[in-house]
Design a protein around this ligand. Structure first.
Ligand code: GDP
Ligand code: MG
Length: 512
């Protein structure tokens, strides 16, 4: 189809508001995935994701849709829903011209949704409001539409009412994608610039990169260069995601696809980097690239074959624990996911100790060294001062929780910066506080103090009942899960003659 008939969009939704269910229905209605081959929630295709009910790795799917006899190509770029992945969310939104804002009509707008709406607005996306779950007896689409208007200042008089579960309003959504979201600009003649919005490691083909061609075109066999890492490769294979990988010979500005180029290191082709041609380079990279290491820690080693560009690690040994790796994560959930994935997909047995941050120690001789372990702290006589990493956090809360949230801020050595009312009932509270105070159970605390819990309730329940997401009679799978759980219980670190269970290392973080 011509570029004027392409639409690139993503779905913004709070966890459980129905993003995956809606994505499934879009794929089904456009005939992208036949009903019989439709696993529930096609886009969340990792076991782990399905068990936890959250989206970890974002993916893409190309759909064909015919409206008024005109064929359109709709690319859905999925975004991860958890707060730990906001950098990936921002890159996937940057690959789109529009977004569906899906809000559960029986719940209303949640703070996390708001953060992603702001990301979408920053990226100049056309936002289509969708009120989901209107089949529920408790649905109040009018009230929720008004809430969206108040909070985001967006016209919701024509907000689409749908039930992803019952398949109501899905055609209306597809029509709105075509009529409201602008097509990509036709810049196929410019030098190549393609934005990487995701990647994963395939043990046979190396790193597989998902990208949106912003300018120019790319074809199989092209010599390409990743502008941030400076690494050069030959694109052995390029293709589209339909949603399974399907090879094509060339992709043009506006299109979304994948490539493989025998890339052995995830660090060579990170999310947010720009792909250009080696021989005909673009003058400047696309904006928004940042090293995905919000929680610090340096020098990634890529020998562990992890399909996760946000993870960093380096070898480490400690007198108590022996040899291991020191890793950098985006947050506690990311850490748990990485641990589970290493165990499931790579058959490893791991112990994770409590997280820490990196301090800068200024020495008397003027030099600065990094220190992440008290045992390595230079002697008092040798050091002049120690610098601690700080974060600035913006917490969005209904006004009744302002008190408890400020208490939390104070307890965590935070410095109150400002508070603004976004609407009559919602405020933004800004604090600066030490990163060390945040790497532990800060989000858990925040959630328990502001009652309207997002993910934590669901997650802990799922972990205890490993079969809860295992519908039907697949007994072998159930057995496998129970076996895994039993293995998890055996996960102990023997120190001397004392067995310390994994839980002990994490429990120290969760002290009240
Ligand atoms: P996500 O976390 O945003 O991907 O949400 P899911 O698509 O996983 O949906 C969360 C839960 O809401 C699931 O139990 C769905 O079956 C349910 N759900 C999704 N859409 C609807 C809907 O339109 N009506 C009702 N009643 N339930 C829905
Ligand atoms: Mg989902």
């Amino acid at each position: 189809v011509p570029v004027s008939n392409i639409r690139n969009f993503s779905i913004i939704a709070h966890i459980d508001h129905g993003k995956s269910t809606l994505a499934d229905k879009l794929l089904e209605l456009t005939g992208t995935v036949q009903k019989r081959e439709m696993k529930q929630q096609f886009l969340d295709n990792m076991d782990l994701e399905r068990e936890r009910g959250i989206t970890i790795k974002l993916q893409a799917a190309r759909m064909r849709y015919i409206m008024n006899d005109e064929p359109y190509c709709l690319n859905l770029i999925d975004t991860p829903g958890h707060v730990d992945f906001s950098y990936e969310v921002s890159r996937s939104l940057a690959a789109c011209e529009g977004a569906l804002l899906v809000v559960d009509a029986s719940q209303g707008v949640e703070a996390q949704t708001l953060a992603n709406v702001y990301l979408a607005l920053e990226n100049d996306l056309e936002i289509i409001p969708v009120l989901n779950k209107i089949d529920l007896p408790g649905a109040e689409p009018d009230r929720v539409a008004q809430e969206i208007e108040e909070i985001i200042g967006m016209d919701c008089s024509n907000a689409i009412r749908c039930s992803a579960k019952e398949g109501i309003g899905i055609t209306e959504i597809l029509d709105a994608i075509v009529t409201k979201i602008p097509p990509p600009q036709n810049t196929a003649k410019s030098p190549l610039r393609a934005l990487i919005f995701d990647s994963y490691y395939d043990p046979y083909r190396g790193v597989i990169v998902y990208f949106r061609v912003v300018d120019g075109s790319i074809k199989k066999g092209d010599k390409i260069c990743f502008m941030a890492s400076g690494k050069e490769y030959v694109a052995d294979e390029i293709g589209v995601l339909s949603p399974n990988q399907m090879q094509v010979s060339e992709l043009y500005a506006g299109e979304v696809g994948y490539l493989s180029a025998s890339i052995r290191s995830v660090a060579d082709a990170r999310v947010g980097d720009t792909i250009t041609h080696s021989s005909k380079r673009a003058e400047c990279a696309l904006p928004g690239y940042s090293q995905a290491t919000p929680m610090e820690l340096r020098e990634a080693l890529e020998k562990l074959q992890l399909n996760d560009a946000a993870l960093k690690f380096e070898p480490e040994s400690s007198s108590a624990m022996g040899f291991g790796f020191r890793c950098g994560f985006l947050g506690l959930l990311h850490m748990e996911i990485v641990q589970e994935r290493l165990e499931r997909e790579y058959n490893l047995n791991l112990i994770i100790t409590a997280p820490s941050v990196v301090y800068h120690v200024n020495l008397a001789d003027g030099e600065t060294v990094e220190c992440s372990n008290p045992s390595l702290l230079p002697e008092p006589g040798k050091r002049r001062s120690i610098e601690e990493p700080y974060v600035k956090i913006d917490m969005l809360t209904p006004k009744e929780y302002i008190g408890p949230i400020m208490e939390l801020g104070q307890e965590r050595r935070g410095e109150f910066k400002e508070m603004n009312f976004i609407t009559e009932n919602r405020a933004s509270v800004v604090y600066e506080l030490p990163l060390a105070e945040m790497v532990g159970d800060f989000f858990d605390q925040l959630k328990s103090r502001s009652a309207k819990v997002i993910a934590s309730e669901a997650l802990s329940a799922i972990r205890k009942d490993v079969l809860s997401k295992c519908y039907g009679g697949d007994i072998s799978r159930k057995k496998k899960l129970l076996k895994k759980q039993a293995e998890g219980k055996r996960r102990m670190k023997a120190i001397g003659r004392v067995d310390v269970p994994q839980e002990a290392f994490m429990a120290v973080l969760k002290l009240e």
